[in-house]
Structures are given as C-alpha cells and as structure tokens.
Ligand binder design. Structure first.
Ligand SMILES: NC(=O)c1ccc[n+]([C@@H]2O[C@H](COP(=O)([O-])OP(=O)(O)OC[C@H]3O[C@@H](n4cnc5c(N)ncnc54)[C@H](O)[C@@H]3O)[C@@H](O)[C@H]2O)c1
Length: 302
C-alpha cells in the first residue's frame, strides 16, 4: 500500500532528470501518472517523444501512466495536458510544474528571444498548466489537491548569467505564495521546491566549477528530490503550504520567506540626515540576521 494509492499526478518536463524521478516515485507509491515532456533540447528548441520511455518504465514496474507531449509554454498546451489527464484517469490530484530550459547569458548579451523563451516555459508555463487544474478544483470542489512548483537558488539567491532564469524562478516563488492563498479554501496546498541535482541542465556547470560528477552518488542525483515531492503530496503534508523546501547535495532544508527584520517609523517625511543614521542600522541588523540564519541552516545529522 503506497502513500499515494489511487491518486492521479501530473508531472511536466518528466521525460528525464528530476521530473522522471518524481514520476517513478509517484508510481511506486501507487499513483497513476501523466508524464508530460516536449522532448526538446536544453535551450527549448526541438521536440521528441521521450515521455514514452518513462511511461514504459512505469508500466514495466506494474504502474499506470500515460504520456503527453505538449509544450507547457502555451495556454493550449496546458489545457491539453489537463484533458489528457481527465481522458486517461477521470480525475486529478497533483500537479508538479517541473519543465525547464536554460538560456544563460549576461544581460549585456541577452537577446529578447532568450528572455522570452525562459519566461514562456518557466513562469508562463506555471500559469498555463495550473489554471485548468485550479478551475477543476473549484468547479468540482475537489479537496486536498497538491501543486508543487520548481524554483531555484538562481531566483532565490541570484546567479551570474541568469537574469532571465532567476527572474522566472523568483516569480515562481511569488506565484506559489499568492496561489496558496487562493486555493486554501479547497484544502489544496501549494509549495515551492528549490532543487539541486546533476542533470543535463547542470552537469557541465558542476564540472566547470571543478567538482567531479559521479552518477552513482545519490547526493548529486535528481532522485533525491523525488521522495520529498512525494511526501509533500501524501496525507502527512495536508497542512503544509506556501513553503519553500530546499533539496540539494543530500541536504533537506526549509527556506525563510521575505520578511521585515527591523524597522523604524517617523512622524514626518524621511530626511537625508535621518537616513544617514537609520540605513546603516538596518544594514547592520540584516547582517546579524543573516549570520544567525546561516548558523541555524547548517545541516544536522538525522
Ligand atoms: N538540476 C538542478 O540542479 C536544478 C536546480 C534548480 C532548479 N531546477 C529546475 O528543476 C526543473 C527540472 O530540471 P532538470 O534539472 O531535471 O532538467 P532536465 O533538462 O533534465 O529536465 C527538464 C525537462 O523539461 C522538458 N521541457 C523543456 N521545455 C518544455 C516544455 N516547453 N514543455 C514540456 N516539457 C519541457 C525537457 O524536455 C526536459 O526533459 C526545471 O524547472 C529546472 O529549472 C533544476
């Protein structure tokens, strides 16, 4: 008896990498799975039917799965993905917005097409695939559904050469927080994942950073994210929403959300003299806070 028995989960960009592992984990825990993947190159060009391979893997293990090859980057693609799900399984419980591409360049060299392609797949992809699902949740009064969205440290911390990707990934965290409020009345949770794993998006970046890639090391691999996403879809996680869960390098963590750390009020409009005094105090408070968070965030052994 799996923790997701009888549930129906949709995972976008699931023909390889993190998404594939989530599909396998879902199936292992008894869920029926829709494996979406456009099957394109790392930069989003091209297409192929790689979702079929994951469907076959699941079926060979005795699970139920269907493929969908639509691009998450269009409204029609998102609607067709939902239709594929309902046609195949008659219902839907989980959506994992995972599909992704990269077009890394500094802003000096970034073409409009690089910006638009990233926004289309990542940020608009979340809108395109999630809207049909939340309408279904509302119209059917379907309770206890789950939405999992893939952010990145690139958007949450910042990363050189990724203003497009970082903006989309920060946007995804904002999308998740607002959506969590909107779907709370249906007991639907919305959480954000900050993953880190060696996949075709990152292996060359890992190697360029001078680290050795070992495909047999689970702390590097995309399989480390899958149980975390599966757990967040289980009944144990019914009350966990609007969180950012970090899973990378064998570490499982929770991230802080933006919040005011220290503040002042004044009866009058700020003067430059006041700001000369107060701004350094704010920056100092932030430094103390960051040091404390860094200390608390260090992994402890289970
Ligand atoms: N690997 C990491 O370290 C890392 C870090 C932070 C965030 N992420 C995010 O995790 C997600 C999965 O990344 P991954 O590392 O497994 O990459 P991956 O390239 O292995 O998998 C992404 C999949 O998305 C598919 N895809 C791309 N555009 C699509 C579209 N328009 N419609 C449908 N499918 C599409 C690709 O064909 C590919 O199979 C992405 O959103 C990525 O940005 C990954």
């Amino acid at each position: 008896m799996g923790v997701l028995n009888g549930k129906v989960g949709v995972v976008t960009g699931a023909g390889r990498g993190i998404g594939r592992e989530i599909c396998l984990s879902f199936a292992q825990e008894g869920a029926k799975v829709v494996v979406n993947d456009l099957g394109g190159d790392r930069d989003g060009s091209g297409e192929g039917k790689i979702a079929d391979e994951v469907v076959k893997e699941i079926q060979d293990l005795g699970g139920e799965a269907v493929a969908n090859y639509d691009s998450v980057g269009t409204v029609e693609g998102g609607e067709n993905l939902f239709k594929t799900t309902i046609d195949a399984f008659g219902e839907m419980d989980f959506l994992v917005n995972n599909a992704g591409i990269l077009r890394d360049r500094t802003l000096y060299n970034m073409e409009e097409s690089d910006w638009d392609a990233i926004m289309e797949v990542h940020l608009k992809g979340h809108y395109n695939c999630t809207r049909p699902f939340v309408r279904y949740i509302r119209d059917e009064n379907r309770l206890n559904c789950r939405i999992l969205n893939m952010s990145s440290v690139s958007g949450l911390y910042g990363n050189f050469g990724q203003t497009n990707y970082g903006a989309a990934k920060a946007g995804i965290a904002g999308f998740s927080r607002s959506l969590a409020l909107e779907v709370a009345k249906y007991k639907c949770t919305v959480n954000t994942i900050s993953p880190g794993a060696a996949t075709r998006l990152t292996i060359d970046l890992i190697e360029a950073a001078g680290r050795e890639y070992d495909e047999n090391d689970w702390t590097q691999g995309p399989e480390q994210i899958a149980p975390v996403v599966t757990w967040l879809c289980s009944e144990e996680a019914n009350d966990i929403t609007s969180q950012i869960i970090h899973s990378q390098g064998g570490i499982l963590g929770i991230m802080q959300q933006p919040a005011v750390i220290k503040s002042f009020t004044s009866d009058n409009l700020w003067t430059i003299d006041q700001l000369n005094q107060l701004m350094p105090e704010l920056i100092e408070a932030k430094k103390h806070h960051d040091a404390e968070v860094e200390e608390k965030g260090k992994p402890s052994k289970t």
